[in-house]
Design a protein around this ligand. Structure first.
Ligand code: THU
Length: 142
C-alpha cells in the first residue's frame, strides 16, 4: 500500500492543532494532558483531547474525541495523524486507540511518531477490522 505524502508545513499545522487541543484536556486525575489532530481526506482537520472521569475507567483518550469529532463534522477518513503530551512531545497512540484509528484510517494513513513517520501496519500489524466481519457474514449467507 502506498503511504500518504504529507509536507512538513502540514505536519507543523497538525502538531500545532494537537498542542492547542492538549491545552483544553480535562485531566484532574492523571494530570497527563494529551492532544491529537488529524487531516481528513476532504482537507478538514479534526482534533481531540483526553477527558477523564472520577470513575477512572471511563476516561476518553484524545483519539476518542478526535474520532467523535470526525463524525460530528461530516465523516470521512483520516489521512495523517499526530498526538502530543503536555510538553508538545510526540506520542504513540495506546493499544485501544490504535484499533480505534484503524477503523477510520484512509488507506496509507501516516502517523507522526517519536521514531518517525509510520503507518497503521507498523503499529498494528495483522489487525482485525470490519472486513473480517463482512467476510464471515458472506460465508454465513452463502
Ligand atoms: N491517553 C490518551 O489520551 N491517548 C493515548 O493514546 C494514551 C493515553 C490519556 C488517557 C489518560 O487520560 C492519560 O492519557 C494518562 O493515561
Amino acid at each position: 500500500m502506498v503511504s500518504a505524502v504529507i509536507d512538513e508545513d502540514t505536519w507543523e499545522s497538525l502538531r500545532k492543532a494537537a498542542r492547542e487541543a492538549m491545552a483544553r484536556a480535562y485531566v484532574p486525575y492523571s494530570k497527563y494532558p494529551v492532544g491529537a489532530a488529524a487531516l481528513v481526506d476532504d482537507g478538514r482537520v479534526v482534533v481531540g483531547c483526553n477527558v477523564e472521569n472520577a470513575s477512572y475507567g471511563l476516561t476518553l483518550c484524545a483519539e476518542c474525541g478526535l474520532v467523535s469529532s470526525l463524525f460530528a463534522t461530516g465523516g470521512g477518513h483520516l489521512v495523517a495523524f499526530t498526538c502530543c503530551d503536555q510538553f508538545g512531545e510526540k506520542l504513540v497512540p495506546c493499544g485501544r486507540c490504535r484499533q480505534l484509528l484503524r477503523e477510520h484510517a484512509a488507506p496509507g494513513m501516516v502517523l507522526d511518531m517519536p521514531l518517525g513517520i509510520g503507518t497503521m501496519d507498523d503499529i498494528l500489524p495483522q489487525s482485525f477490522g470490519p472486513e473480517h466481519l463482512n467476510e464471515a457474514r458472506k460465508r454465513n449467507n452463502s
